[in-house]
Design a protein around this ligand. Structure first.
Ligand code: ZN
Length: 313
């Protein structure tokens, strides 16, 4: 398995307080399952660099980025919305998370048959061009795609987002951008209550009703594949959120580890067909600690080309 796992310094130090679901323990839970599964040994590991402030302007407004840098507290806490807060390590954690996404693009573009997973927090897909929201500060996946378009002059980047919440920030950043095809599934209605309005042709949405299982997800995702096959992506970027799992407390979908393994394997097959196996995946949500750890293992096994059902669990 050639998967490289990028970690971000300060991922464990960004802590929005007791009882906040987007907590450092999420990373510990994934680490535990990587060790238990043996993937810790079979994957490569890298520590990400912090992204430059100016690189953030690729998808965020300069006013927003500069304002966030100026408001980052040395001590205490600054709330940006009801559930998104900065403390002294938040800005650096967010810059390492975004740095992981862009560095992972550099790594997969440097050779064929490379897949990277950014095991970082904070997540990114709710971050808008000019606003932090929903636990997100910088849009990691959007930065990865923009970096690929700008640095490598790619003409076709696919973004797949299977987090249970709609990736509003990513969609708004790339709506109408013909070099990007965004395919997403999400529970609707659910926070942030976007994604079902008429939208640009490069956005393929699969809203799912509360209670939907992996069976409905797999049927909905079949629409993605017809578009993806005609698009022929040169790079696949994944917003890998695992909060559609049946055990997750934040939503009401009923995915299993096997569903995450299935979609990941499908995307790996697509990458092998069109983009020399190149995939960059970045962690988004997933709030039941045990299900999160198991789901990431299933995701990595699928991305690594393992097509066996995970069984049990
Ligand atoms: Zn989510």
């Amino acid at each position: 398995m050639t998967i490289r796992i990028y970690r971000g310094k300060d991922s464990l130090s960004h802590d929005m307080g007791p009882d906040h679901p987007e907590c450092p323990e999420r990373i510990h839970a994934i680490n535990d399952q990587l060790l238990a599964s043996g993937l810790e040994m079979s994957c490569e590991h890298a520590d990400a660099q912090m992204i430059d402030q100016s690189a953030l302007y690729q998808v965020h407004t300069k006013d927003y980025v500069d304002d966030l840098f100026s408001r980052a507290p040395q001590e205490g806490i600054v709330w940006l919305d009801d559930e998104t807060a900065m403390m002294n390590k938040t800005l650096s954690a967010a810059r390492y998370a975004a740095g992981a996404a862009t560095e992972a693009v550099d790594w997969v573009m440097a050779a064929e048959n490379r897949q990277a997973f950014c095991m970082v927090r904070p997540p990114g897909h709710h971050a808008e061009k000019d606003k932090a929201m929903g636990f997100c500060f910088f849009n990691n996946v959007a930065l990865a795609a923009a970096h690929a378009l700008n640095k490598y002059a790619l003409e076709r980047v696919a973004i797949i987002d299977f987090d249970v919440h709609h990736g509003n920030g990513t969609q708004h950043i790339f709506e109408g951008e013909s070099r990007v095809l965004m395919c997403s599934s999400f529970e609707h209605p659910l926070y942030p209550f976007t994604g079902t309005q008429p939208h640009a042709d490069n956005i393929v949405a699969a809203p799912l009703n509360a209670g939907a299982t992996g069976k409905e997800f797999r049927e909905a995702a079949s629409n993605w594949f017809s578009r993806l096959h005609s698009f022929k992506p040169q790079l696949i970027v994944i917003s890998a959120g695992f909060d559609a799992h049946a055990e997750d407390p934040m939503a009401h979908l009923r995915f299993s580890e096997d569903d995450y393994k299935w979609i990941s394997h499908q995307l790996r097959d697509l990458a092998d067909t069109y983009c020399h196996g190149r995939v960059v995946s970045s962690l988004e949500g997933g709030y039941d600690l045990s299900a999160l750890g198991r789901s990431v293992v299933a995701h990595l096994k699928g991305l690594g080309g393992d097509n066996q059902e995970t069984g049990g669990a």
